[in-house]
Design a protein around this ligand. Structure first.
Ligand SMILES: Nc1ncnc2c1ncn2[C@@H]1O[C@H](COP(=O)(O)OP(=O)(O)OP(=O)(O)O)[C@@H](O)[C@H]1O
Length: 249
């Protein structure tokens, strides 16, 4: 395990308000990491900064062996460097089948996999991806009639087709049934065996099942980090996050 992403002293303010405030933390490769925190903690802004959608006012985001500073790269360059992002809402091509969606995703493959040629190799790769996301029985199904959970899995499959080194996933469990959540957990755990996967999630049960290191953000900074048991026992985390959720319940 070595550092793949190193966020150092990153600050981003909107109209004087610091959404990210001198944020520093590291993600290893491979690793599965959960990022949690109350509304407005800066989770989305963090992902926007890593993917180049937003530029920081200060700080660096170093990535890969060459410690490339992502804050200097365009969104397209960052994506080509192997950083994939899954937004909360699935964005699959509804009129296309699962197979066609996966085929389209493979067309955008970067690097050594671009040499993947011939129908057999492509068919095998699509079958493997479909199996990875539990859609092997649905290859000829139009994406539009998949369940919400299946659409999310298809999109995860489409991202995996791009062989990302770092995959950012925003609230994958939202709107899923319990059975779907369990399958999603297994999928993310498996994907993180060979890459870094960062999951932003509100659902604590889901985070518990991921069984990974957890980073708690609050007011744009790391409030606590460690196992879920460690962070949920932290008095500051209880005060700003768990306590608040408890009140809302
Ligand atoms: N483009 C923007 N302009 C102004 N303020 C912004 C902008 N983007 C984010 N913010 C503010 O920055 C803070 C952090 O927002 P962010 O969306 O990153 O939090 P979050 O942890 O993802 O919250 P949630 O869990 O609600 O999605 C919030 O107070 C938000 O209102």
């Amino acid at each position: 395990m070595s550092a793949l992403l190193e966020v150092s002293g990153v600050t981003k303010a909107f109209d004087g308000f610091r959404a990210i405030d001198n944020l520093s933390f590291t993600i290893s490769e491979p690793e599965l990491r959960a990022v949690i925190g109350p509304n407005g903690a800066g989770k989305t802004t963090f992902m926007d900064l890593v993917t180049g959608k937003t530029r920081p006012d200060k700080g660096t985001i170093r990535y890969g062996e060459m410690s490339t500073d992502l804050t200097q790269l365009s969104e397209a360059r960052i994506a080509r460097a192997g950083i994939g992002r899954k937004f909360q809402k699935p964005t699959v091509f509804e009129a296309q089948t699962v197979r066609q969606n996966l085929r389209l995703a493979l067309k955008g493959v970067r690097g050594p996999l671009a040499v993947l040629r011939g129908r057999n190799a492509e068919t095998a790769r699509i079958a493997a991806l479909a199996e990875q996301v539990g859609l092997q029985e649905a290859l000829e199904t139009p994406a539009g009639i998949l369940s919400h959970g299946q659409k999310q899995w298809l999109e995860i499959g489409m991202l995996l087709a791009q062989e990302p080194r770092l995959l950012l996933v925003d609230e994958p469990a939202a709107g899923m049934t319990t059975a779907e959540r369990e399958k999603t957990t297994a999928m993310l755990v498996e994907a993180a065996r060979t890459r870094a996967v960062v999951v932003v999630e509100h659902d604590m049960e889901f985070v518990r099942r991921l069984g990974c290191r957890v980073t708690v953000l609050h007011e744009g900074r790391v409030l606590a980090e460690g196992s879920l048991d460690h962070v949920v026992a932290d008095p500051e985390v209880i005060a700003v996050y768990l306590g608040r959720e408890g009140e809302a319940a």
